[in-house]
Design a binder for this molecule. Sequence first.
Ligand code: FNR
Length: 362
Amino acid sequence: MALLSKLTAIPPGIQTAEDYLAHAQPRLSPEVLHYLEGGSGKGISLKANLDAFDGVQLMSRPLTDVRCGHTRINLFGQNFEHPLLLAPIAYQRLFHDHGESVAAMAANAQTGQMVVSSLASQSLEEIIEAAGQPLWFQLYWQGDRPRTLRLLNRALSAGYNAVMFTVDAPVKQAVMALPDDVRAVNLESPLSQPPVQANQSLVFDGWMTQAPSWDDVAWLRDQIKVPLLVKGLLHTDDVANTLRLGCDGLVVSNHGGRVLDGVPTSLAVLPEIANMVAGKACLLFDSGIRRGQDAFKALALGADAVMIGRPYIWGLSVAGALGVAHVIRLMRDELEMTMALSGAATLADIKLSSLSDSALGR
Ligand code: FNR
């Protein structure tokens, strides 16, 4: 069946970001849709990510004066109108001919930020030029330090002004077979794997010999002056290491349920991690955010800002920059409405006490 073409206007009847999914489905091939929507294993973490938000209750606080309220935030000296960043998502030309450039333009139009994946399908220079503002760069380890440094330096020279090092997906899993015209254009050809002998493990003696370690995080910290965030942490010991190594931020994330199935949801581990971080570093959150209310809950449980994953790709798949911008705007509107009804005029007013006591077992 032929795929529907992109829209040049916002489709009628859209009330929430989730409404974009139904419009995205007929515009993506089954393979691409599966790549976007799928989780790893049995999809336990993928489902749990969404359910987790339902388990946290809000609390209405009528009659609070929230006039002049706003959602502005400053991250690493950069001002944004809202705390909804676009998460790094690979190969965006699968979803739109102009891929990452279009999403980056939308992030800027909404006075927000996008984190561009190492696996971007357009050149880093082209994306930042289209964006019209410095962007953040998501780094995947490139098998060894010289290769990683070359990629990093290219991003920094192009004007990317923060680096998010994703550490939770070191083992390359089979992605869908990419179409001929979509590839990770910014990467060198893959490093060849050391030959694995019959009595050796493909995982330990093969793939994992090219995976990064804590020493590499320390090395990376020494290489760059721009803010360094580590993405993909769930365990408090790993958070402690990240802080000890002088990283500027971290992202509590289970990669949208796409890597190790069965791990806790990001939301479940957030409060303990937030307690540890306690303002020592910038604390970001992703995995499962679908509405502004979800963002509110993550902020109340201690995140400074959140990243949106799949929902902005639904917008991209339906109506390009307009769709992405609309998804961000819808979520921001929901966040603002939730803040107003919960008595929070600014992000600083969103606290643990903004949630219902019973939801937290207090
Ligand atoms: C991702 N994610 C991801 N993360 C990363 O650090 N680098 C990457 O290249 C990608 N690529 C990617 C592709 C696709 C199709 C998806 C859905 C996700 C993970 C992403 O940054 C984020 O952690 C999750 O998407 C958050 O979960 P939700 O919001 O999609 O539930």
